[in-house]
Design a protein around this ligand. Structure first.
Ligand code: NDP
Length: 314
């Protein structure tokens, strides 16, 4: 073992609600967790403004402030929080090996993976410019801010269908932009979309530009069959074209589904490998909420603690 190798009991990779909650529980259980935060310390909530649906904040809180609270709580019980990115792993034998920033090697008895997921974006400049000023990738998080107005949503999978229906209950009208002449969503979700009177579907349509100087004022779409351009006045523009779980570095050892989400046992955070647990958006493609991520972070720490004590690791 050289200076660049450290042997530890419990390693947590990732610093969103799942990682910090795992840290709080692991630290209180005296597992002496060390957390490597990843590049975006605090995770996806660092790119969010108001969070109004996390219990315990009756008047809402800014995403970055909430993550600072999570961090302080994890530190209060002794979590060693370090800035660094897991760049390589070797889970072929115990202890589990994780390389940080391509240099330092951490050998851990138990590892909790909490690296989250990232929303996919269309990649047009106006979408980026107005991100957080009317452009959002989470209807459940931000839909409330557009209550009583007209909004647009792009995408045609189960997420887009579910979010369009969610928005239709808050907004006067939902304009759904679908790039082909059919949806990918399950049949039942498609039927619900089509049967909702205030959702209008635009088939064969691409987003040309999100319009607005400081806030979203509309969206211009182009019909790929006719070339016709249409401008729709809206105050919110939701992108629901899928997510990318941050599992690339683990996938040679840990089982994932065809979209890269880590597969965990039912009602558990256990992966296919003993002593490696996964929580948060890295293994959840359905709920993707801070509160559900925190819940699975708690589960991961409790399961890691149980596993470590059963195996006699101290
Ligand atoms: P999907 O990958 O299933 O769907 C993405 C959608 O976005 C597709 O319709 C795709 O179009 C469209 N799209 C992709 N790129 C673009 C683009 N550049 N411009 C316009 N449209 C684009 O992602 P989801 O997040 O919807 O779902 C992920 C997984 O999670 C799925 O397996 C889904 O079934 C599951 N899920 C389950 C839920 C549930 O059970 N309640 C709820 C939510 C998700 P195209 O079809 O043309 O490729």
């Amino acid at each position: 073992m050289n200076n660049h190798t450290e042997k530890i009991h419990c390693l947590i990779i990732g610093s969103g609600p799942a990682g910090y909650t795992a840290a709080i529980y692991a630290a209180r259980a005296n597992l002496k967790p060390i957390m490597y935060t990843g590049l975006l310390q605090g995770g996806q909530l660092m790119n969010t403004t108001d969070v109004e649906n996390y219990p315990g904040y009756p008047t809402g809180i800014l995403g970055p402030e909430m993550m600072e609270d999570f961090k302080k709580q994890a530190e209060r019980f002794g979590t060693d929080i370090r800035f660094g990115l897991a760049t390589k792993v070797d889970f072929s034998s115990h202890p589990h090996k994780v390389w940080i920033d391509g240099e330092k090697l951490v050998e851990a008895d138990a590892v909790i993976l909490a690296t989250g997921a990232e929303a996919k974006w269309l990649g047009i400049p106006s979408e980026k410019r107005l991100n957080g000023s009317g452009v959002s990738a989470c209807a459940v998080c931000d839909g409330f801010f557009y209550k009583g107005t007209e909004v647009a949503i792009v995408g045609a999978g189960d997420t887009a269908a579910e979010e369009a229906i969610y928005l239709s209950k808050l907004c006067t009208k939902v304009h759904m932009i679908v790039r082909r002449d059919q949806m990918r969503a399950s049949k039942i979700m498609q039927d619900r979309v089509v049967d909702t009177p205030n959702i209008q579907v635009y088939w064969n349509s691409l987003t040309d530009e999100v319009i607005g100087s400081n806030v979203v004022e509309g969206v211009r779409i182009v019909n790929t069959k006719t070339g016709d351009k249409t401008t729709i006045p809206v105050t919110g523009f939701f992108v629901a074209i899928g997510h990318q779980p941050n599992s690339e570095v683990f996938k040679d050892y840990i089982k994932t589904d065809d979209q890269g989400y880590i597969i965990t046992s039912p009602n558990s955070t256990k992966t296919n490998l003993h002593g490696v647990f996964a929580c948060g958006d890295l293994q959840d493609k359905i709920y993707r909420q801070a509160v559900t991520a925190a819940g699975t972070g708690c589960m991961a720490a409790l399961e890691a603690e149980r596993w470590l004590s059963e195996k006699g690791f101290k």
